[in-house]
Write a protein that binds this ligand. Structure first.
Ligand code: FAD
Ligand code: SF4
Ligand code: SF4
Length: 464
């Protein structure tokens, strides 16, 4: 079929809001092959490929899109995999509108090529085929320890294994994937996809040791002393921030991290088949306006809450969440309580949450972040009845590794100081990348850091 000359950006079919709010299945179904070809035909195959500059790992975007247009889906997947070890993940969760798609020339004229959706299509096609086993690299005899099996650690490990180094990942949790498995819910990123990508890394020779908290079972210095030639730290930013208001210790108050980990990784939504209980809420408030807040609010709805409010102290324009996530949350019935700031969580005589006291805000002058500062409106105090409060106002790195590793320079927010290009820290043979260096960022940025560090570690190990 010859695609129309100027087709509009192709929509992805998805579950209706009424249906999906009752289950944890993925919301969009992905493009069927004919739709993918029509979308691919919209690409102008620009020689300078500005879209590539928007991608932190510089996926060869026009090349893979051309292969989709020609119907060679396997080759499209192979091209993407050359730069991106987790394309089925990135095609789903990258904030494409701020990255590759933002720089697409068609974005200036209206609608960019749906690069993320096409990447997802090619990657899913690849996952559905018999897995390709990469040719084994000649062993270098060098050993690298990677701490943390999130996107940064997995990418660094995969690249080093392909170069012939012996790589062992040490992961604190009982499952690899980092935020991809404990944070991002099943309905946005099915865990089977993360597992398939992890399996591909294992076939490439990466060893993974689970339930291994570095800093407790062994320190970074001990890893180096026992024969690892280099260490990469990709331990993320998993320590939740709290507001510091009265009532945060009451029953029914969760950090978004705990709430999502219980639901995603510990499968609390399948209780009692899985033995992690989670509160059955009626009225929930999620505090925050980012992707994490949207994920928590949408999870609470799926866990059966009757009413879910999202309490955010600025206006919709300042919300850091992806537009698509805001749209999905609203469609599913999350109520947005904007320009509102909690000042106290209220408890009953059993120590359980019964409500929250809030203030209305207005926007003042821009602050250091460039966003307009929320200013309280005098006399605007009000109370809402609730049984659950989920706090999603950001995360910082866990101090365990810095506190057990002498000579490791740490920045003002607990991040590890590392060179941008190489990931080298202040300590010889120790590299770091991802959220532990940048603070909470994105999956593909963490992967980009893992990739750059792998290149630098390889150069160092091979005497470069
Ligand atoms: P992580 O993914 O945090 O992985 C770190 C790993 O290290 C974890 O598995 C942890 O258990 C392990 N670890 C920690 N300490 C130790 C230790 N001492 N010893 C051994 N192992 C340790 N980004 C997007 O691009 N798109 C999104 O849609 C998106 N949604 C998000 C939703 C949520 C709920 C959250 C929390 C984040 C989201 N992000 C999103 C951000 C993104 O997931 C992170 O930026 C990314 O995962 C960072 O990767 P990382 O490898 O640096 O760290
Ligand atoms: Fe775009 Fe992310 Fe794919 Fe890069 S990895 S091309 S930013 S969707
Ligand atoms: Fe295609 Fe847009 Fe990239 Fe041009 S900028 S090659 S149209 S995706």
């Amino acid at each position: 079929m010859k695609p129309p000359a100027r087709a509009p950006r192709q929509k992805m079919p998805e579950q209706s809001a009424e249906e999906r709010v009752k289950n944890f299945r993925e919301v969009p179904y992905g493009y069927p092959p004919e739709t993918a070809k029509i979308e691919a035909a919209r690409c102008l195959q620009c020689k300078t490929a500005p879209c590539r500059q928007g991608c932190p790992v510089e996926v060869r975007i026009p090349e893979f899109i051309r292969k989709i247009r020609e119907g060679d889906f396997a080759e499209a997947n192979r091209i993407i995999k050359g730069d991106n070890a987790l394309p089925a993940v990135c095609g789903r969760v990258c904030p494409q509108e701020d990255q590759c798609e933002k720089l697409c020339v068609l974005a200036k004229k209206g609608e960019s090529v749906a690069i993320g959706r096409l990447e997802r299509f090619a990657a899913d096609y690849g996952l559905a085929q018999a897995p390709e086993t990469p040719p084994p690299a000649a062993p270098t005899g060098r050993r690298v320890a990677v701490v943390g099996a999130g996107p940064a650690g997995l990418t660094c490990a995969g690249d080093l294994a392909r170069l012939g180094h012996e790589v062992t990942i040490f992961e604190a949790f009982h499952a690899p994937g980092g935020v991809l498995v404990y944070g991002i819910p099943e309905f946005r990123l099915p865990k089977a996809i993360v597992q398939a990508e992890v399996d591909a890394l294992k076939r490439a020779g990466v060893k993974i040791e689970l339930n291994a908290v570095i800093g407790k079972v062994e320190t970074i210095d001990e890893l180096l002393a026992e024969g690892f030639d280099a260490v990469f730290i990709g331990t993320g930013a998993g320590l939740p921030n709290f507001m510091g208001i009265p009532g945060e210790n009451l029953g029914g108050v969760y950090s978004a991290n705990e709430y999502l980990t219980r639901s995603n990784l510990m499968k609390a939504y399948r209780f009692p088949d899985f033995d992690t209980p989670i509160i059955r809420s009626r009225r929930v408030a999620v505090v925050g306006g980012g992707n994490v807040a949207m994920d928590a609010a949408r999870t609470a709805l799926r866990l059966g809450a009757e009413e879910v409010r999202l309490v955010y102290r600025r206006s919709r324009e300042e919300m850091p969440a992806r537009i698509e996530e805001i749209h999905h949350a609203e469609e599913e019935g999350v109520r947005f309580e904007l320009l509102t700031n909690p000042i106290e969580i209220l408890g009953d005589d059993q120590g359980r949450t019964r409500g929250m006291r809030c203030l209305r805000m207005k926007l003042g002058e821009p602050d250091a972040s460039g966003r307009r500062r929320p200013v309280p409106m005098p006399g605007s105090e009000f109370e809402v009845e609730l049984d659950t409060v989920i706090i999603a106002i950001g995360n910082t790195p866990n101090p365990l590794i810095p506190s057990t590793t002498p000579d490791l320079k740490v920045g003002s927010h607990g991040t590890i100081v590392a060179d941008k290009e190489t990931g080298l820290t202040s300590k010889a043979r120790v590299f770091a990348g991802g959220d532990i260096v940048t603070g909470a960022a994105t999956v593909i940025e963490a992967m980009g850091a893992g990739k750059r560090a792998a290149r630098a570690i390889h150069a160092q190990l091979m005497g470069g």
